[in-house]
Design a protein around this ligand. Structure first.
Ligand code: MF3
Ligand code: CO
Length: 254
């Protein structure tokens, strides 16, 4: 069942999203060679809780941390850990914030120190793919239009689009209907309606889209050991077009 959100509910989700976006902006200066992903976890948890919000990933389906910190070939659901990050590492930090009962969800990619050309290119294409998908998230379009825009662009650039993890509806709970794949056919699938709130969160790989699961049962990594990147926003579908609830104020530059 898909729940449509009222203007008031969307305003609350935007407040949650603004808090989350502020945490990501703060991470830009925090992430540097020599720190660990455990340092990121503590920084994020404290930033969320000190502002009176809840780090909503903790306890979700038994997950233990405020963040997922997925490094290099890790696609998603990497555990924060006490391993030192080194120059050139690509880290994706994913988090969910609950504020006044409204949840927002956003993942952002960071390079530790300086990016190699390979990392810079992958980050650039992944972010553009996200915004191409968001552009399609408007009333009257279909779910397939979002995935189609992302897949055709990413594959034209020679990259693989992860199939095993997809975007989702979001609201009072992290994962709601509908499912939002980052691949698909234009004009196919459910029609988008005013009041739907979804995430778009493409995971793009330098090589194959296929993944393997770590023995911890959570962390997915690329089957061929290639790099994986991800950016994610929470988006409300409004009469005026897609509203990015987790905006860091950079739209228009893409
Ligand atoms: N933020 C993740 C997403 O984009 C949720 C991860 S599930 C958790 O869907 F258990 F790791 F929190
Ligand atoms: Co999500």
């Amino acid at each position: 069942m898909i729940t449509l959100k009222s203007k008031r509910e969307i305003e609350k989700m935007a407040e949650s999203g603004a808090l989350l976006a502020g945490v990501h902006r703060a991470l830009r200066n925090f992430i540097k060679p020599g720190i660990t992903s455990w340092d990121i976890e503590e920084f994020v948890k404290n930033a969320i809780e000190s502002q009176g919000a809840i780090a909503a990933q903790i306890g979700y389906e038994g997950y233990k941390y405020a963040t997922c910190c997925s490094i290099n070939d890790e696609i998603c659901h990497g555990f924060p850990r006490r391993k030192t990050l080194k120059n050139g590492d690509l880290i994706k930090v994913d988090m969910c914030v609950e504020l006044n009962g409204a949840i927002s969800d956003s993942c952002w990619a960071y390079v530790v120190g300086e990016a190699s050309p390979e990392v810079a290119q992958l980050m650039d294409v992944t972010k553009k793919a996200l915004y191409l998908g968001i552009e399609q998230a408007k009333v009257g379009n279909r779910i397939g239009d979002i995935g189609h825009a992302i897949q055709t662009y990413a594959e034209k650039e020679g990259y693989g689009v992860v199939r095993d993890f997809i975007g989702h509806g979001i609201g009072p709970t992290i994962h709601e209907s509908p499912a939002v794949p980052h691949y698909g056919e234009a004009g196919k699938g459910l029609r988008l309606k005013e009041g739907m709130v979804i995430t778009i969160e493409p995971m793009i790989n330098t090589g194959t889209w296929k993944m393997k699961m770590d023995s911890n049962g959570w962390t997915a990594r690329t089957l061929d050991g290639g790099l994986s990147c991800q950016y994610e926003h929470s988006i409300a579908i409004t009469a005026d077009g897609p509203l990015i609830l987790t905006s860091q104020g950079e739209e228009g530059t893409y």
